[in-house]
Design a protein around this ligand. Structure first.
Ligand code: ATP
Length: 403
């Protein structure tokens, strides 16, 4: 059996924390294992994300014992799953999960846990890909041995993503998005049968999808900020998961370029890649888009339908000023970059004269104020008024009789 040299592969701190867990596991006789992404990434010598330990039994029970014997910074339990998150005294965070058996009552539902504390073999069956089903034992009798119940090691060597059973995508379509995420991150490809099953699913996608899971995976996928994620998402027709079609000619490169052309909030990166997916279709019920996101999509629809053109800087300003900044960016991507850039250049333009200045000029308070202020702003945006004096001169010249 292949052994994994965890001491060499893990940081000193993580190894220390895991060693503490191993001691407690030996004392209380509860078996524990490293499972999932961490094993995959150790074997690939990739940067490690989360440390996940599976407890063959009840994770809460194990963590309670752990917490009695060692000093922890914090312990949080999730009673429903049941899982626990422990922050060790050296700052390392480890997630503990109980082995569990899950069933899907209907395709696309969230899974229902039918048993916790089942065997490791049962637990593995609920996982997504063989390469995410590899296990390293943390127990004395087979310490650091690699347990491979799904032939994941072979797939790992061949850089293949293979689902564990034929109905996997029907149970949980978010796995297709996970597949693309891992393929892009790890430079893997879908194994032939898995690819076929994905294509079959997309020909006849489910009405009912686990929206929360799907959207979490969308955020993870597009937050990678790879142009190729968008291109592959389109090439593989993964948008069909949402019941829409996509025929626009934009590419991941066009979207990625926007990050160089405009200032985009880091939390909006996934929106930059995802919202255009709805550019041609009504927003389907198969999404959890927020009011903000829906408005942006509606704006994209409007641009594409009406292709608005603008006479001057002021009309650009007026058109975009009450819209989300991402809407203006999408206008730049889909219709005209120069116009969008002009908008962002001028978007913070403000006039300097105030209501008091107009009173001092002899105007009576009323509707005329906003009329004048709009006219000054228009002049400033279109022909450039440099300072307050020039603004006042403009008012004096253009409104001589309205005082
Ligand atoms: P990352 O490196 O992105 O954290 P990961 O493989 O650790 O990747 P997680 O989302 O943290 O992924 O999930 C941990 C493990 O749980 C996975 O390795 C996989 O075995 C399992 N898993 C997660 N999501 C699903 C899913 N939708 N269906 C089946 N198994 C899943």
């Amino acid at each position: 059996m292949k052994k994994v040299n965890l001491r060499e592969k893990l940081s000193t701190e993580v190894f220390e924390a895991i060693s503490e867990c191993m001691k407690i596991s030996e004392i209380c006789g509860i078996k524990i294992y490293l499972v999932g992404g961490i094993v995959r990434d150790i074997l690939l010598s990739k940067r490690l994300h989360d440390v996940d330990i599976t407890v063959e039994g009840n994770a809460k029970e194990f963590v309670e014992i752990l917490d009695c014997y060692i000093k922890t910074k914090s312990v949080k339990y999730n009673e429903t799953l049941p899982t626990a998150k422990v922050v060790f005294s050296n700052g390392v965070e480890i997630d503990f999960a109980s082995t569990r058996q899950e069933v899907y009552d209907n395709f696309g539902d969230l899974p229902r846990i039918v048993k916790t504390g089942c065997s490791l073999e049962e637990d593995i069956k609920r996982r997504d890909f063989t390469v995410n089903s590899l296990i390293v034992s943390l127990n004395k009798e087979n310490l650091f041995e690699l347990i491979d119940l799904t032939n994941g090691l072979e797939d790992l060597k061949n850089k293949k993503l293979r689902i564990l059973h034929k109905k996997s995508f029907l149970d949980d379509p978010s796995r297709m998005i996970r597949g693309l995420k891992f393929a892009q991150r790890l430079n893997f490809t879908l194994e032939e049968e898995t690819k076929k099953l994905q294509e079959e699913y997309l020909k006849n996608p489910l009405e009912n999808i686990p929206l929360k899971r799907v959207e979490k995976e969308i955020v993870d996928l597009f937050s990678l900020n790879f142009a190729s994620c968008f291109d592959e998402f389109v090439a593989q027709k993964l948008y069909k998961i949402f019941g829409v079609d996509f025929t626009e000619k934009i590419t991941g490169f066009d979207l990625k370029m926007a990050l160089f052309d405009y200032k985009i909030d880091e939390n909006d990166i996934w929106r930059l890649y995802f919202l255009p997916v709805f550019s041609k279709s009504e927003i389907p019920p198969k999404t959890n888009l927020t009011v903000r996101e829906k408005k942006i999509v509606e704006n994209i629809h409007e641009f594409l339908k009406n292709k608005p053109i603008f006479e001057d800087n002021f009309s650009i300003f007026e058109y975009f000023k009450d819209k989300d900044y991402l809407s203006a960016i999408f206008y730049g991507i889909f219709i005209n970059k120069k116009i969008a850039k002009k908008y962002f250049k001028n978007k913070n333009t403000k006039i300097e004269i105030t209501g008091n200045d107009l009173i001092n000029e002899g105007f009576e308070q009323g509707r005329i104020f906003s009329e004048i202020q709009t006219a000054v702003l228009k002049e400033k945006l279109n022909n450039g008024l440099k300072n307050k004096n020039e603004e006042l001169d403009f008012v004096r010249k253009n409104y001589p009789n309205k005082r």
